[in-house]
Design a protein around this ligand. Structure first.
Ligand SMILES: NC(=O)c1ccc[n+]([C@@H]2O[C@H](COP(=O)([O-])OP(=O)(O)OC[C@H]3O[C@@H](n4cnc5c(N)ncnc54)[C@H](O)[C@@H]3O)[C@@H](O)[C@H]2O)c1
Ligand SMILES: [Zn+2]
Ligand SMILES: [Zn+2]
Length: 348
């Protein structure tokens, strides 16, 4: 089959790889109909996240049709159209039972293989899904497949970020980063009752989408975001900061614009070894910091309900729809934010 594979920083290829097979009785094989490129793929692409084996198939966001099921799979059959959270989970271990499916003792993130251990990605014609019964979610037939795909990561992660930050009625929320996940965090913050959402980025198309999703946009290349947030909050700072970038600069800014007693909820993936703010700053501001991988399995059905009830309008989040064969260009366009790129879908 054809797959988009990693061969070192900024070196990707679409090439022929062996077809995946059912390896365990709890596996299924999915023929990928739609897959997406995520900001998390960019950390691997740039070599910030180190250890990915050359030849690994990239990607963790997908929707497709089941073509083969292992003998122990009971909830799904060939022909079912499914969406997957970006990591697999058993549903029964210590962490799954506590809702931390992203840290399942036997789970894995698609598209990450290091020293031969891990799970191949979904930017391919077929993908193997372990622990299928407890991982997959049937795609509702009445919803557009592109929106269903978004529930597997960006929509769930935006919700997770806002909810972890304790966003509620009356809050002033600052969202750092208006990529797909930040934009979904804007939506989630509005849904959870935030009074004001200040969305900070420098990319005009993304800031325009943030406004469409209910935020006041702040272009940090033109306006000092710290001064802007202070001016909007009687000098105090934001009640909640949703950090959806994944860089020390963003962490630093988050600590500056959070108010005393405020919360920073970081969905950005971090690869640095130290914090960009100090324990004394955290102490002096009574800050709460919460972070980590989204347990998307907990959110998929819930965010699909929100989409179904049309409580949110995902509008034009998807800017590019390309064949898998153009996947390498898809990465370049998404990474460099060319052609007004906000989100790239690939169709194998
Ligand atoms: N926690 C999770 O489970 C999870 C899941 C999905 C994605 N992520 C992470 O979320 C982050 C965002 O993902 P994405 O797909 O939206 O990526 P993206 O790269 O498209 O978006 C990042 C955005 O941040 C903006 N930005 C850069 N520096 C900034 C700064 N200092 N202040 C404000 N904005 C800044 C960029 O212009 C860009 O629009 C990534 O780090 C990704 O790895 C985490
Ligand atoms: Zn992702
Ligand atoms: Zn588990």
């Amino acid at each position: 089959m054809k797959a988009l594979t990693f061969h070192g920083p900024e070196t990707l290829r679409v090439e022929s790889v062996p077809d995946p097979v059912v390896e365990a009785p709890t596996d299924v094989l999915v023929r990928v109909e739609l897959t997406a490129i995520c900001g998390s793929d960019l950390h691997v692409y740039h070599g910030r996240e180190v250890g990915q084996d050359p030849g690994t198939t990239m990607g963790h966001e997908f929707l497709g049709e089941i073509v083969e099921v292992g003998s122990a799979v009971s909830s799904f059959a060939a022909g079912d159209v499914v969406v997957s959270p970006f990591s697999t989970s058993c549903g029964a271990c210590f962490f799954c039972e506590r809702g931390l499916t992203a840290r399942c003792e036997s789970g894995a993130v698609y598209g990450w293989v290091s020293d031969g251990v891990g799970l191949q990605g979904a930017q391919a014609e077929y993908v193997r899904v372990p622990l299928a019964d407890s991982t997959l979610v049937r795609a509702p037939a009445d919803l557009p497949r592109e929106l269903v795909l978004l529930a597997g990561d960006v929509l769930s992660t935006g919700w997770f970020c806002a909810e972890s930050g304790g966003v509620g009625p009356g809050c002033t929320v600052a969202v750092l980063g208006c990529g797909p996940v930040g934009l979904m965090a804007v939506l989630a913050a509005r849904e959870l009752g935030a009074e004001r959402v200040l969305a900070i980025d420098s990319i005009p198309e993304r800031l325009a989408l943030a406004e469409r999703f209910g935020a006041v946009s702040v272009d940090f290349s033109a306006v000092d975001p710290l001064e802007f947030v202070r001016a909007e909050t009687a000098g105090r700072g934001a009640d909640v900061v949703l950090e959806v970038v994944g860089s020390p600069v963003a962490t630093r800014l988050a600590a500056d614009i959070a108010r005393v007693g405020g919360t920073i909820s970081a969905a950005g993936v971090h690869t640095e070894a130290t914090f960009a703010f100090s324990p004394v700053e955290a102490y002096d501001k009574n800050l709460t910091y919460t972070a980590g991988r989204c347990s998307a399995r907990r959110y998929v059905e819930r965010v699909l309900e929100v989409v179904r009830e049309r409580r949110v309008d995902l509008g034009e989040l998807v800017s590019h729809r390309l064949p898998l064969a153009e996947g390498v260009r898809g990465y370049e366009v998404f990474d460099r934010k060319l052609e007004g790129c906000t989100k790239v879908l690939l169709a194998p």
